[in-house]
Design a protein around this ligand. Sequence first.
Ligand SMILES: [Zn+2]
Length: 123
Amino acid sequence: MKTGTIISYILAAIAIILSFLFILGSFSPDGSPSWLIVGIIGLLVGFALIYAGVRLAAKAKAEGDTVYNINLDLPGNVQMDTMKCLSCGSPLSPEDIKMVNGAPVVTCPSCGTTYNLTEEPKW
Ligand SMILES: [Zn+2]
């Protein structure tokens, strides 16, 4: 819950409560019929504030999801970018790496060089 969302809900609650009082008052003998219009406008404002609060909450949630996805995807992308053939420098894919006698061996698809992967693979 962001501060903007909470303020929206509080203002909406106040607007709706006051609107009901105005609508009730417009039907009482001491009240004025014009209070009914004030009450209806207040209700509309209240529901608009609730809508704004829901939108703010949804927006905050979407932003949170985006940040989470970026954090998840970034290590994989960085790892793929750094995987390059030691002989010709062409990019390697995980399919080019085979386990031979328990050691990762790279076979470059571009130049055909086969060599042991000195660094431990992350996957
Ligand atoms: Zn190569």
